[in-house]
Design a protein around this ligand. Structure first.
Ligand code: B12
Ligand code: SF4
Length: 491
């Protein structure tokens, strides 16, 4: 590996280790695949710093769902280093990929992504093939590693030494994130991703945008592996949009920031640059927008700049739970701006959750009643059972509320839409009832909600094929045409 490597070119294979079957269910005819942004960032930084690299990016469930396919890629590429990104949910896939890599070649195996801070040194027990794991932000650590720095001297890693796992100090996060090179879109096949479902369940040439890193809030249930929040400048964000527009022909941009609207002035500046340049992108805020920071001006300017998809993270409409999870959302402001956005005819998703420590049936019902007071239901049925990720403060809150420790850990391995388990304040039956009640009132069980969602999707440019594919995933059954879907709404 690096220090002792005599070859003039260093070959680095980066693998997104995910298993979309596990996520959407094995019977699904369509899968969601999003360009692996973290790996594309790593690749562009590494190439900019070290010209002698040859890099390749693959997504395991898309490019090599079988061991033989993965072994073939390894045999053909002959990597010196294999970098694996994963999240806690996909531990088994990380294990599968690491085992095949170790059987196939002698490359250095390095893990990264949220799974590292979730599992920490225990990851080396679960994945014995690992040589090292990078904590949090990866660009600088990866560059130093590939430049030949020894693992002993490398900040920001865990590594396997002779008979122990060593943790080095954290690396400071990059302050000037405007200096990071834009993600390496040339290393992924955009045509291939267009055939998959995007984060907004349509088939488009996908641009994925991360205009900030981290978050200023500290909700107790949130898993964040960034240390602090950093914003890219409006100019830098616009420059990336323009580059993706001109060089890669991308028209659909999926914004994955934790809170894109945390700084209103910057958000408005991005929108006015898009308009001034005469670009007409479609913007999808697929991750969270903070509703009580949004204003009618934000919504209007966003729509003028092409926004068609807004996602507001509410979680619970009770003051008790807002306090417990330290989110502190102003529910009156949230309701007003959500209603305003819905009236503009764009897609509006409202993410809510149930199953919080100390939450009882009356509190969970209050969230449903709050949703009923809005002009429309959430476009996507986003009412999830709370999941506990290792390292989150809510785990201690659950223990304090008398939860069974074994159950807390278990939930992070389930998908958000998997069935719920009982809590000390909600029986399993009640948990199921809450989910059924949500779908009866706002989701697939309400024909007028489905019809309204279909109308909005068509209005923002979704084809009927996209709508059918989207609902096949959401309802976990194959729907042949939109007519069937509207009829199925009553089922
Ligand atoms: C986009 C996104 C998705 C997309 C696409 C996923 C993808 N391609 O990664 C979709 C919608 C499919 C998705 C789904 C889910 N997601 Co998601 N998702 C995100 C989101 C919003 C952004 C990810 C991203 O692009 N970040 C930006 C890049 C730059 O960061 P990064 O990938 O972490 O990479 C950096 C470092 O981690 C490191 N790094 C990463 N890989 C490697 C590899 C090596 C070798 C090295 C050295 C370094 C390194 O360097 C990178 C650059 O600094 C994050 C939240 C967030 N803000 O990060 C959640 C997040 C990753 N998702 C999460 C979860 C739980 C899920 C689901 C399991 C939800 C569910 N239960 O149904 C599903 C699983 C399906 C799936 N395929 O991922 C959690 C993971 C928590 C955990 N403890 O593991 C997160 C952190 C959200 C949260 N706070 O809960 N997700
Ligand atoms: S849940 Fe959202 S607002 Fe809260 S800390 Fe996480 S990213 Fe920030």
């Amino acid at each position: 590996m690096p220090a002792g490597n005599r070859k003039s070119t260093l070959r680095v294979l980066l693998v997104e280790c995910n298993n979309m079957n596990k996520w959407v269910g094995t019977t699904m005819p369509y899968e969601m695949h999003v360009p692996p942004l973290g790996l594309m960032y790593l690749a562009s930084s590494a190439r900019a710093a070290l010209p002698h690299l040859e890099m390749r990016i693959v997504e395991s469930s898309l490019d090599c769902p079988g061991d033989a396919e993965l072994a073939r890629i390894l045999d053909e590429f002959q990597p010196d280093v294999v970098g694996l990104r994963s999240i806690a949910f996909f531990l088994e896939e990380l294990q599968r990929v690491a085992a095949v890599v170790r059987q196939s070649c002698g490359a250095l195996i390095v893990a990264g992504g949220p799974i590292v801070k979730a599992y920490r040194r225990r990851l080396f027990d679960d994945v014995p093939e690992l040589d090292a794991a990078v904590k949090g932000e990866g660009e600088e650590t990866m560059v130093r590693l590939l430049a030949g720095d020894s693992l002993e001297s490398l900040a920001g890693v865990f590594y396997r030494s002779v008979d122990e796992i060593v943790e080095n100090p954290d690396r400071d996060e990059i302050a000037a994130i405007d200096r990071l090179p834009f993600p390496a879109y040339d290393l992924i096949d955009l045509d291939r991703y267009e055939k998959q479902l995007s984060y907004a369940y349509n088939h488009r040439r996908q641009g994925v945008l991360l205009s900030s890193r981290g978050c200023v809030y500290h909700c107790t249930y949130c898993f964040s592996h960034w240390q602090r929040m950093r914003l890219r400048s409006a100019e830098n964000v616009f420059a990336e949009i323009e580059l993706l527009w001109t060089r890669h022909g991308i028209r659909d941009f999926y914004v994955v920031d934790d809170i894109f609207n945390v700084n209103l002035k910057r958000a408005l500046a991005v929108f006015s640059m898009i308009r001034a340049a005469g670009l007409k992108p479609r913007l999808y805020f697929v991750n969270g927008l903070r509703a009580d920071l949004a204003t009618s001006e934000f919504v209007d300017r966003a729509i003028e700049a092409g926004a068609v998809w807004f996602t507001y993270a509410v979680e619970s409409a009770t003051e008790e739970i807002q306090r417990l999870v330290e989110k502190g959302l102003d529910l009156a402001k949230a309701r007003a701006i959500i209603a305003y956005t819905q009236r503009q005819g764009v897609a509006v998703n409202i993410s809510t959750m149930y199953g919080f420590p100390t939450e009882n049936r009356a509190m969970a019902d209050r969230t449903l009643d709050w949703l009923a007071e809005l002009p429309k239901p959430s476009l996507l049925p986003y009412h999830f059972c709370l999941r506990f990720f290792e390292g989150c403060r809510i785990n201690q809150q659950a223990l304090d509320a008398g939860w069974n420790p074994g159950r807390i850990g278990l939930t992070s391995r389930f998908s958000y839409n998997d069935m719920a388990m009982a809590t000390p304040t909600l029986t399993k039956h009640e948990m199921n009832e809450i989910q059924i009640e949500y779908h009866r009132r706002f989701g697939a069980g309400n024909p007028s909600a489905v019809a309204a969602a279909v109308g909005t999707l068509r209005a923002i440019g979704y084809s009927d094929t996209e709508i059918v594919h989207m609902y096949s995933v959401l309802m976990r059954k194959k729907i042949a045409e939109v007519g069937d879907l509207l009829a199925a709404g009553a089922a």
